[in-house]
Design a protein around this ligand. Structure first.
Ligand code: SF4
Length: 340
């Protein structure tokens, strides 16, 4: 599929369908910058009101560079990712100092400002100055992958790099409109989650995903997760009516939550572990195995139900009702709690 074919129909479609948005009223790079950063985390409809409020109070780079940080964070409230707001201010300070208060006029210079990455630099440079550089975000990756019928994983940096290169090669003079058209098509027609409105799409004649009926499968987004695997023995230790639990450390995984006693299998055997805790065991039953997946680690747990002669001081001992009501038990242990 020759991507060159998409430029004309896409530009024609954009002329007819571009939404009226406050930051599109003129090609002010400052306005484009602020709107692009806001749009990275929030839906377009919601951004409008934040944007208007922001511009009323900070209409120029100089206003942004000199605002009190606390006031800036207040203006940013509701948008989240406060580091982005702080970077805006840092970048504005740099623009005041090094560019006499005028936004830098090229992609490369924009890229040197704090918080401005390839996408934002591409968006500002193309929309404000028609510099022929792409601005590749998730919407653009989706549209291109579908048009090409590509099953490459769009979350891989090398795939994004390749799409950026291909778009650079076909970038028309109206670079700003072209980039915005691709983004807008992704936002309003070539929707994610397998429900694109292909009949309204200017690219439907060329689109391979549509022709092959695979729009629901593309783009491929596979997160590379290399989780550490830990095998753990977990103990439901009972002494009469009471059950042993303990509080996890203040920092790290499941901080400050409660858990059933456990250790990694490779550390020691079940018998040694129980002996080290000082228990005389009356009865021990292996119950079941289950897994819990965290973002960076996966626990494969073997659960043992143990009855002991006496409590020890190392653990907290609680009756079932107290345990359920009073102690926040980490959800990794939910299957044990469910069977109490
Ligand atoms: S034809 Fe459908 S799947 Fe293809 S680019 Fe257009 S909206 Fe997306």
């Amino acid at each position: 599929m020759d991507l060159m074919k998409i430029t004309k129909p896409l530009l024609a479609w954009y002329k007819e369908n571009a939404r009226e948005l406050p930051w599109r009223e003129d090609k002010d790079p400052y306005k484009i910058w602020i709107s692009e950063v806001m749009l990275q985390q929030t839906r377009i409809e919601a951004v409008k009101q934040y944007y208007t409020r922001f511009m009323e109070e900070l209409p120029t780079v100089s206003d942004l560079a000199t605002i009190e940080e606390e006031r800036l964070l207040k203006l940013w409230e509701g948008l989240g990712y406060y580091s982005r707001a702080k970077n805006l201010k840092k970048a504005a300070e740099k623009v005041m100092k090094e560019y006499c208060g005028t936004m830098p006029g090229s992609y490369v210079e924009l890229l040197s400002l704090p918080g401005i990455g390839e996408y934002t630099a591409g968006a500002i440079a193309s929309i404000a100055y028609d510099e022929r550089v792409p601005a590749v975000d998730g919407n653009v990756l989706r549209v291109v992958a579908r048009v090409k019928g590509s099953r490459e994983n769009v979350l891989l940096p090398e795939v994004k790099k390749q799409v950026t290169k291909e778009l650079s090669e076909i970038m028309p003079e109206e670079a700003g409109d072209f980039n915005q058209a691709l983004m807008e098509l992704g936002e309003t027609v070539c929707l994610p989650n397998g429900i694109p409105v292909c009949e309204k799409c200017p690219l439907k004649e060329f689109c391979i995903a549509r022709k092959e009926g695979i729009t629901a499968e593309i783009p491929i987004r596979e997160k590379k997760t290399e989780r550490r695997k830990e095998e753990r023995n977990v103990f439901l230790i009972r002494c009469g009516e009471e059950i042993a639990i303990r509080k996890r450390p203040e920092k790290g995984l499941l901080a400050n939550l409660y858990e059933f006693p456990n250790f990694e299998k490779k550390e020691q055997s079940v018998e040694d572990g129980l002996a080290e805790w000082g228990f005389s065991v009356k009865q021990i039953k292996e119950k079941r195995e289950y897994k819990h997946i965290f973002s960076h680690v996966e626990w494969k747990m073997s659960v043992y139900e143990v009855e002991v002669e006496e409590k020890n001081a190392e653990f907290l001992w609680a009756r079932r009702e107290e345990l359920l009501e009073k102690y926040p038990i980490a959800s990794a242990f939910a299957p044990i709690v469910a069977q109490l």
